[in-house]
Design a protein around this ligand. Structure first.
Ligand code: SF4
Length: 853
């Protein structure tokens, strides 16, 4: 738990759990650009565990207090409760917690542990989020800010929406947590410091300069120096404490959030009347819906679908604007391309506040050719600019966005900057880290009836002495917050396999809403729930390892003595190649380096071995030094066109396709194992040959494609390779003379137990390990992204192997064995005829005769 008011020594990921591959983030969490664990914090608020909720809120969001006031709330847009009545008021819950505890919340300082430094231009949410991530990774970070205080564009948020103290609370917490982040104020790129100079000073540069130049509407009469005509400087000057007093009639142009802030601020500094005109229709207006509603409540009059035609003036002073009606704003491909109609109107006004958008403003970047149409040219996939040492993100690179998207850019950029500094080529694609704290579900009995409640809205406030500074809303009270948290459906508690699945809950809710005598409706719901499954075994189903079962009669041996003894999983291949578990792994030759490193550490730590054309990547000395587990054992796959035998391999396995052909195979030293990888058609010739040549092992390739990545995803394994190998060896009485490894479709410890019972010595995992280490199946490949750290992947490998080995051992114990290699074909039955035939295991029904063995 994160302590409040005290230094915290544990990292922020303390509560994070990500070991359940069944877990799917709730829609609100998935929608959050920084992956906030919304359901957990909502659940914790309902339980009144505010300190724990604070930990969940702040874990990936350094501007949690700011977001409690001005977040774009993509979570609420996706909230499933919105499908029935209205979304949970998630942002207001965050505000409550941050107001209550945020001021006294501190994170333990992180130290600078690396020699490289990074220069960040801009101290807005993008720049500072990246600064925090990089400081947490051990870098010294220098942030250059052109203003006299940090915060970047957050500084122009009007005080009535977010008081300055709230922004400062987040920034101060971040800077206290990261003493290695040095902020240089009044330091503008191109004015005292040049990019060239910063590149010499730092190992990487990150541009997060925001957008500060007003976009021009390109219409007659729009000119600098026109009295009564303002752009972003209206809010900027006010934020600096410069007094601006308006009077009379004010015209605001623009339909975004900045336009709303501008219009509402104008009312607070003396405007008698504020008329807002925008190109977009009401539905298309980019401002948040609640901002528009609040502006209207305060008196702003909104006129959608009107674009400015010319600014009217007299004697250098604004007198009004001529507008023309806008028929459409975007073309069929979604590009900004307004089409105007014939209608025009003239609107009188003493002041015009233009808020139609902003561009990046930096002469130096312009002169270096790094700007394109008001944006820093940046590749979103890597956050790289045209200069390999310079990265960019946030508004200046991708256009105006809310704070929460700016933070996403900051996290993303920090990830790619770190990869660059660590010289990692082709890093895994960045992915928002989704985590769950697995907060137990407990709900108010009235949860279904409780309505959405808003926090108290005051608007400008009657007779307010300082309307510009007075907040337009106040924080909900504890009772209101609890009622709101109770409305959450806790979509995170659904795993698809649990009894508490989304479908089940929806059925419960549907039944709860029906009248008791609505028998038809009940019948319909029940029929859905009780719908019979399709026949799981269509006649054409091929032999499948799932169709083998261990005899339930054998399981009764659980109670006898061997159960109490340890069950050995030690596995010896050839004369003396010993593994702690009967598992090997194959197929990661083309996996990203970070995945290979984690797998190497996990396999070494678990006493398993790797099979591949190359050894797994272990080129990171830091990783190697941290390994207590010694060298990973590696059996090299050899095929004439792909690999030459290497002396550093523990074994050489020559890959023979379905057609047998003699090969030249010899050990490069006497401890090296020799093996053949064979599929079923080649067995008849390969087995006598391997025995004659003194091979130690046969790798029985049920997939007929062990030399290709993830072949199990598109090939149904041919289990007959095990049956035929045993038959042939038995026929010549040589089954003890060579070790058998099986590859193809193994997913679990039970699957390996079946292969061992058929007389193999070990099982080889491919896709199953890919999933265990965090891969996701996409078509016929496994894709990896950055959602897990190296340590998490390594732990995942070790945990999965431990659990899988236990599963194999439990099966062996249940059948009365104290060694997994004592499992026998007699312990199993087939439940399909095809599997019975393919493996010579009798049918569970007792029909059909077992052959061989
Ligand atoms: S109901 Fe709760 S868990 Fe589901 S989307 Fe809404 S806030 Fe998230």
């Amino acid at each position: 738990m994160t302590e409040i008011g005290a230094q915290v020594t544990e990292p922020k990921v303390l509560y994070d759990e990500y070991h359940d591959i069944q877990w799917v983030p709730a829609p609100c969490q998935e929608a959050c650009p920084v992956g906030t664990d919304v359901p957990s914090y909502v659940g914790l608020i309902w339980e009144e565990k505010y300190e724990d909720a604070l930990e969940a809120i702040t874990a990936t969001n350094p501007f949690s207090s700011v977001c409690g006031r001005v977040c774009a709330m993509p979570c609420e847009t996706k909230c499933r409760r919105g499908e029935s009545d209205a979304p949970v008021a998630i942002r207001n819950l965050k505000r409550f917690v941050m107001e209550r505890l945020g001021h006294d919340f501190h994170l333990a300082p992180v130290s600078v542990t690396r020699s490289q430094t990074i220069g960040i231009i801009g101290s807005g949410p993008t720049g500072l989020t990246a600064a925090q991530d990089l400081a947490e990774a051990g870098y010294e970070v220098h942030v250059y800010e052109k203003l006299e205080r940090p915060g970047g564009m957050m500084n122009v948020f009007p005080e009535f929406r977010i008081p300055r103290r709230v922004i400062e609370a987040d920034i101060n917490r971040l800077l206290d947590h990261c003493p290695g982040v040095k902020v240089h104020l009044n330091c503008e790129l191109g004015d005292g410091i040049s990019l060239q100079e910063l590149k010499k000073r730092h190992d990487a540069i990150f541009l997060a300069i925001g957008l500060w130049r007003n976009k021009s509407a390109g219409i007659p009469g729009e000119k600098d120096g026109l009295e009564g005509f303002y752009g972003i400087e209206f809010l900027d000057d006010l934020s600096k404490g410069i007094e601006i007093a308006l009077s009379g009639k004010v015209i605001v142009i623009g339909g975004g959030n900045v336009a709303m802030d501008t219009a509402r601020t104008a009312l607070r500094v003396g405007a008698q009347e504020v008329q807002l005109y925008c190109l977009e229709s009401r539905e298309e207006m980019p401002a948040f819906k609640y901002e528009i509603e609040q502006a209207e409540k305060e008196g702003v009059v909104v006129h959608p679908s009107w674009g400015p035609k010319q600014i009217l003036s007299h004697d250098g002073r604004v007198t009004g604007v001529e507008f023309r009606n806008c028929i459409s704003v975007f073309d069929p491909r979604g590009r900004f391309n307004p089409v105007y109609g014939q209608k025009t109107m003239r609107v009188d006004g003493e002041v015009v506040l233009s808020s139609i958008g902003l561009d990046a403003d930096n002469a130096e970047l312009e002169s270096l050719g790094m700007l394109d149409r008001g944006r820093v040219k940046t590749d979103f996939e890597t956050m790289c600019t045209s200069d390999p040492k310079v990265f960019a993100a946030g508004d200046c690179a991708f256009g105006s966005s809310a704070v929460v998207y700016a933070m996403n850019h900051g996290h993303r950029a920090a990830y790619y900057i770190q990869a660059f500094l660590e010289n990692r080529k082709n890093p895994l694609p960045y992915r928002v880290p989704y985590r769950t704290r697995r907060v137990p579900v407990a709900q108010d009995p009235l949860w279904e009836k409780l309505p959405r409640e808003e926090q108290p809205f005051h608007g400008i406030g009657k007779d307010c002495p300082a309307p510009r500074l007075s907040e337009c809303e106040s924080t909900m009270d504890a009772e209101g917050v609890k009622r709101q948290a109770a409305r959450c459906l806790r979509c995170d508690a659904e795993t698809g396999s649990s009894d508490y699945s989304r479908r089940t809950r929806e059925h419960i809710q549907a039944m709860a809403r029906t009248e008791p005598d609505d028998i038809e409706r009940h019948r319909h719901i029940l029929l859905q729930r009780l719908k019979p499954r399709n026949n799981p075994f269509p006649p054409e189903r091929p032999a499948h390892i799932d169709d083998l079962v261990f005899l339930s009669a054998a399981l009764t041996r659980l109670v006898i003595d061997p159960y109490r003894e340890a069950c050995s999983t030690i596995t010896v291949i050839g004369e003396s190649f010993a593994l702690k578990q009967p598992f090997l792994c194959v197929g990661f030759d083309e996996a990203p380096e970070e995945v290979q490193q984690a797998l190497a550490l996990g396999l070494a730590g678990s006493g398993c071995a790797y099979i591949g054309f190359q050894p797994l990547f272990t080129g990171n000395p830091e990783v190697e030094a941290s390994s207590q587990d010694g060298k990973l054992r590696w059996l090299q796959l050899i095929s004439p066109d792909r690999s030459e035998p290497r002396a550093d391999a523990d074994g050489l396995i020559h890959v023979i396709g379905p057609e047998f052909h003699p090969i030249h195979a010899e050990r490069l030293h006497q401890d090296q194992l020799l093996g053949l990888a064979v599929s079923a058609p080649a067995l008849e010739k390969a087995i006598p040959y391997a025995l004659e040549q003194g091979f130690d092992l046969l790798l029985l390739d049920g997939s007929s494609g062990i030399d290709k990545p993830w072949t199990e995803l598109h090939v149904e394994p041919d289990l007959t390779v095990m049956r035929d190998a045993i038959r042939l060896l038995r026929k010549i009485n040589r089954e003890e003379d060579i070790s058998l490894l099986y590859f193809g479709g193994l997913k679990s410890g039970t699957d390996v137990a079946k292969a061992l019972a058929i007389n193999c010595n070990a099982g080889v995992f491919g896709v199953a390990m890919g999933i265990a280490i965090g891969g996701v199946i996409e078509g016929d490949h496994i894709k990896f992204d950055s959602s897990r750290t190296l340590e998490e992947r390594r732990n995942a490998v070790e945990s999965w192997i431990r659990a899988t080995a236990q599963e194999t051992a439990i099966i062996a114990r249940c059948t009365g064995k104290t060694n997994v290699h004592n499992l026998e074909p007699e312990d199993m039955r087939s439940i399909t005829i095809s599997t019975s035939k393919a493996l010579d295991i009798p049918l569970a029904s007792g029909m059909g005769r077992r052959e061989g063995f």
